[in-house]
Design a protein around this ligand. Structure first.
Ligand SMILES: [Ca+2]
Ligand SMILES: [Ca+2]
Ligand SMILES: [Ca+2]
Ligand SMILES: [Ca+2]
Length: 376
């Protein structure tokens, strides 16, 4: 028997080792060639830029690029100049070396930009800050190099985000534009026009307080056609007072049948409401037949209590509240707002109500608080 043909365990092990080694080696060679490009490249029409292919291939590798609009290139990093809309899309690079190849793709897309109001709706209330920024997500290496905002009232800024207080004169109303400049020379712009509203309101009832208890009881009806004036409260030493500042800023009359009134388009601040007392009526007192009680002079009009009397007789003709502070989104929601069930108006204060008592003897001190004050 030929000794060479005989099965020998050590030779078999050696052969197996050779096979495994060469398999591993060939796998390793095949896995070696890699190429990658950035997944997406945001840019703009007219831009010049490069798409960089990263590879571990040694010299001698062949590159082949293909892209939209018949684009081809055979260098490692493809140069694109004066990009047109038709050049937007997927670019593919294929690298070939030693019979192996690898490829990668990137999406060249138009640089998106979108500006939004931060932390709120496009509808702002006067007194809120208008805060704008670009809300498009970008990788850290895709951030703009520079920002330039323009807006109403000669507004400009080079910040990424802007924050502008809104004021009663609404000079912030108008279009805001942002231009962003990118490393590749792109300048992209976007505009938006926020709405700024005077959100707040004061109301709402003047009623015939037949039992003169200062409260609007069942069956006590509204008094129509009463003249109602709204004033800004005078500010002294930085604090509001119970005196009007200047002339009325709005005047209305109560609804002929419901006795309701409403002042709208108000901004945060301190206000006073005044009634022209109808002939024969005085302000509610609190207890019938008494000249003073908890409702004369009336308590704090700013206490958000609905359907109680907030008027104090100032002259025989004038009935007036203490000052009322309005602030955005802090006003009562249980004041009879028309709500569709759920969305009570946090910007309306409908608790500024006036009880009127039809005095039998308005010219006698015991019936008319105004005359008692004068007498004292
Ligand atoms: Ca009453
Ligand atoms: Ca309300
Ligand atoms: Ca009310
Ligand atoms: Ca009240």
């Amino acid at each position: 028997m030929n000794n060479n043909l005989r099965f020998h365990p050590s030779k078999a092990i050696y052969a197996c080792f050779l096979i495994i080694f060469s398999l591993l080696f060939s796998f390793k060679i095949k896995a070696q060639i890699t190429v990658s490009v950035k997944d997406t490249i945001p840019t703009c029409v007219g831009a010049n830029f490069k798409i960089t292919a990263t590879t571990n291939a040694t010299s001698g590798a062949v590159f082949s690029w293909k892209g939209p609009n018949g684009f081809t290139s055979n260098v490692q990093n493809a140069s694109i100049s004066n990009l047109q809309k038709s050049g937007l899309g997927v670019y593919t690079v294929t690298i070939t070396q030693g019979g192996q190849s690898a490829s990668a793709t990137t999406l060249v897309k138009e640089n998106a930009i979108e500006v939004a109001v931060i932390g709120g709706y496009l509808n702002l209330c006067v007194g809120e800050n208008l805060r704008l920024r670009d809300i498009v997500f970008r990788e850290p290496n895709e951030q703009p190099l520079a920002y330039f905002w323009t807006g109403p009232d000669n507004f400009t800024s080079t910040s990424a985000r802007i924050e502008i207080p809104t004021t009663e004169d609404l000079r912030q109303l108008g279009e805001y534009s942002l231009a962003e400049t990118y490393e590749n020379g792109c300048v992209v712009t976007v505009s938006l026009t926020p709405t700024i509203n005077k959100c707040q309101s004061i109301g709402n009832l003047v009623w015939n307080d037949t039992n003169n208890d200062g409260l609007n009881n069942n069956g006590e009806l509204g008094v129509g056609n009463v003249t109602v004036r709204l004033f800004k409260a005078k500010i002294e030493g930085g604090s509001p007072t119970d005196n009007p500042d200047g002339i009325a800023i709005q005047t209305t009359t109560t609804n002929a049948t419901t006795g309701k009134y409403l002042f709208t388009d108000l901004v945060p601040g301190a206000y006073i409401v005044e009634l022209e007392a109808p002939t024969g009526y005085i302000s509610s007192i609190g207890i019938n037949g008494s000249t003073t009680n908890i409702y004369e002079p009336a308590g704090d009009a700013n206490d958000d209590i609905n359907n109680d009397d907030n008027g104090t007789q100032i002259t025989p003709q004038k009935i007036r509240t203490t000052y009322i502070l309005l602030a955005n989104y802090t006003e009562p929601q249980n004041d009879g707002d028309v709500t569709n069930g759920t969305n009570a108006d946090k910007n309306s204060n409908l608790t500024i109500d006036f009880g009127l008592y039809k005095s039998e003897c308005p010219s006698e001190p015991k019936c008319n608080p105004m005359m008692v004050k004068k007498g004292n």
